[in-house]
Design a binder for this molecule. Sequence first.
Ligand SMILES: Cc1ncc(C[n+]2csc(CCOP(=O)(O)OP(=O)(O)O)c2C)c(N)n1
Ligand SMILES: [Mg+2]
Length: 559
Amino acid sequence: MQTKQAIVETLIECGAQTAFTLPGLGITWTLDEFHKRRKDIRVVLTRSEQIASIMAQVTGRLTGRPGLFMGQGPFASTTGAVGILEAHFAGSPMVVLTETSDYDGFGQYGVYQTMTGDYGGADIRQMLGSITKYCTYATEPQDAVYGIQMAFKHASLPRQGPAAVILKTPIIRREMPASPRARLFPSSGYFAHTRARPDAAAVAQLGDMLANARFPVIVAGNGVVAAQAGGKLARLADLSGAAVATSYNAKGVVAEDMAYSVGMLGTWGMAAANRALEQADCVIVLGASLGPDYTRFRDAKLIRPGEQTLAQVDVDPRNSAWVYPMDLAVQGDCGDVIDLLLDRGYDEASTRARRAAVAAIQEATGYWTVAQHTAAPGSVSLSDVIRTFERFLQPQDLLTLDAGSNRIWATSQLKIRTPGQLIVPGGIGGMGWGPPAAAAAKLVHPDKRVTCLVGDGGFMMTMPVLTTCVQNDLPIVVVVANNSGLGMVRDNLKASPIAVDYADIDFARIAEGLGCKGLRVDAPGQLDDALAEAHRSGVPCVIDVTVDPESSHVQVSHY
Ligand SMILES: Cc1ncc(C[n+]2csc(CCOP(=O)(O)OP(=O)(O)O)c2C)c(N)n1
Ligand SMILES: [Mg+2]
């Protein structure tokens, strides 16, 4: 057996169902083996490594199992770094399979494509080593098999993230040794794992904190998403009356139209969430890192060590009491901790008082309304776009976001009524993430309607994903908030705009050329019909929405 066959067998054994790739050199050498096993593992051809890596990351995020990205060394580690880095920051399980591109061992002899780390070349191990949680370099055939097994193991264990296997290219076509001294074993035994249970006494103390506080606020993060514990959290909030605020990654982990919800924190979140933290005497952080993006760079008014009672739960003890000192830090899976918290009683009178406090905050901050902004004739405002989404989104929908002003209008104004419906680039927030994310979401959930909201800038980066959607029958709908430029940067530059304006582009016509349906919207109210028509069409569709450049994220940023 050649190594390439063992590689494909091992990937299948490790549970990989789909490989996203744009192949080259060593990866090309493996493809005939994928062809033989095409009933057991699907290979999705993308139009760039960037798109492949994002699709793999989102597959990991949505399934909880590593998404697989394969690409040739120089490109997987550069163009493809976008999705890997997002997985690294957002804790998405993902495996990267790549190679050194040194052909039949010419790493020392020249500089074309060489990624071995030899003189004149580049060191892919260093490049990927800094953006993955596990990175191995397989220089022998058996290392390739064991490396893949370990990559799936590391990517899957908390805190989940990307793991890379770099193959020294010549081994891919070499024979597997019949009985290597470093013996190989079947994959499944390497995934043996039982979760560490949280300490019952510590959770009892946490329960006392929650029960005895005047106004407790729970901050839910990615850990609640990863533990799929949104439903339990909703029950706990119902029972205890605690307000639930979320990080950016966890926006919508509980329905944002519930009485206990105050939405997402931060400058680009909801005023109600920030106000709730200001008023809290107790903050319980569940699986959230408390990163600067949603704590407003440790805003002194929000989380106040010494003044509020603070507790943090995380699967990784290094991530508790990281950004702020805590009164209590509990190691454990958020779902397990919430289970224990649900087991105790909460005083009904204080639950009622807390609910009234949340309602007062919602009322005072205009939680139930979308900010108004009227557009110039012939265009729509981002306020109009978000209002349409409030009407449009049903339980069968998934929505992916991208970057820019359009995203900030969504995170700060749109209430997600179906838990888990929103899929965001909460790691690095790269432009161009939303369209491949939507394509991957449709692959994972073919029964759902999938829509992406993206700016014209972001869409131009990954527009070719639509051709993969056509090829694989993935009828996603992309709503392009087209303000002819990098709106967010333009708004920040204010009076001295430079390097922010694009010429007008007709994305509906481009869509037709790519084999999709294209629609145009240039007046408020038209988007409702366009969304309905696009989703009825059953083919990938682009809705080019002329957005008033005056419609800015500054209008909805909180303090
Ligand atoms: C890949 C990448 N490059 C640069 C940035 C920095 N950035 C954030 S928003 C933005 C402008 C986005 O423009 P567009 O997608 O058209 O959205 P708009 O702000 O116009 O709604 C830029 C350049 C980024 N987030 N990602
Ligand atoms: Mg734009």
